[in-house]
Each structure stands twice: as structure tokens, then as C-alpha cells.
Design a protein around this ligand. Structure first.
Ligand code: FES
Length: 165
């Protein structure tokens, strides 16, 4: 997969985060809290910030990456402008969610948890979107699409791209 280009970090936000580091880095058990603050500030946890956390806390970067990848709340990439949520709950699973997921992955060349290289789409998986009678279901931002087939979902993504082009 082509790697998403990382946006330039805002210097003011970096300075704000360094202030947080200066105040809190020495506190015991502070790592998760620092990662949450970083994600709130930047929308994800940038690589350079991980290095700064490592330097300030003395926790090796590899361990920090371990924590980030363990908890699904943390992201190493910024979210795309459009967020696709694919339901992999029971009803959707039984009615073909796997084929829908495959179609999205093929169409966008990304997997679950990833963002397209142009920053247009992020793909997330959820347990139930609360509209099982429409299964299989996806949401794109706040819009719900149900009774999908792989072909329908390809068409929806193409139309979405045309609309936002
Ligand atoms: S299982 Fe997919 S909407 Fe409920």
C-alpha cells in the first residue's frame, strides 16, 4: 500500500504538547494519558511526537509503539476526510459483510484502520451500526448504505469520489 503523506505539524500545537510533556513526563504511569493528549491535539499520534515522548519519559519508542498498537483508540495516521465504517456484526456477517469489505479494500487499496494515500478515506470496522435489518451495512460519515452487494459498494465509492472531486 502507498504510504499516506503525513501533514506538516503545527508548531504551536507542538509547543503546547511540549509544555504538557514538561509538566507530566516524570509522573508514574503517565504514558497512556500523554498519548491521549497527543491524539486529541493532533488527531493522531505523529512519529516525531513518539520520539519526544520517549526522550521525555525514558520509555523506549518500541514500547510506546507497542502501547499504541495494543489500544484501538490510538491512531498512527490522521483520519481521512471521509470515514467509512463497515459493520462486521452478526447480521451483516451472515449477509455478506466479508465480500463488502473485500470490495472496499480492492477499490481503495487500504485495509481496516488505514487511510488512502490521498487522505480521502479512512476505513474502520464496527461491531453493529444498529440497523441490522438493512444488512450488510456501511456508513460513510453520517450516511448509511444498506442491503449492499460488492458491486453496489463499488458504485457508491465511485460516486462519492466523483462528488468530492
Ligand atoms: S450487525 Fe450490522 S448493523 Fe447490526
Amino acid at each position: 500500500m502507498e504510504k499516506q503523506l503525513m501533514p506538516q505539524l503545527d508548531e504551536q500545537q507542538c509547543e503546547k504538547f511540549r509544555n504538557i510533556l514538561r509538566k507530566k513526563a516524570h509522573l508514574p504511569g503517565v504514558l497512556i494519558g500523554l498519548l491521549q493528549e497527543a491524539q486529541e491535539l493532533f488527531g493522531y499520534i505523529p512519529e516525531t511526537i513518539i520520539s519526544e515522548i520517549a526522550a521525555a519519559t525514558g520509555v523506549p519508542s518500541a514500547n510506546i509503539y507497542g502501547v499504541i498498537t495494543f489500544y484501538s483508540q490510538f491512531r498512527l495516521q490522521p483520519m481521512g476526510r471521509n470515514v467509512i465504517r463497515i459493520c462486521e456484526g452478526t447480521a451483516c456477517h451472515v449477509n455478506g459483510a466479508k465480500g463488502i469489505l473485500q470490495a472496499i479494500e480492492d477499490e481503495l487499496s487500504i485495509g481496516v484502520g488505514e487511510t488512502t494515500a490521498d487522505g480521502e478515506f479512512t476505513l474502520l470496522s464496527v461491531a453493529c451500526l444498529g440497523c441490522c435489518s438493512l444488512s450488510p451495512v456501511i456508513m460513510i460519515n453520517s450516511e448509511t448504505f444498506g442491503r449492499l452487494t460488492p458491486q453496489k459498494v463499488r458504485d457508491i465509492l465511485k460516486q462519492h469520489r466523483q462528488r468530492t472531486a
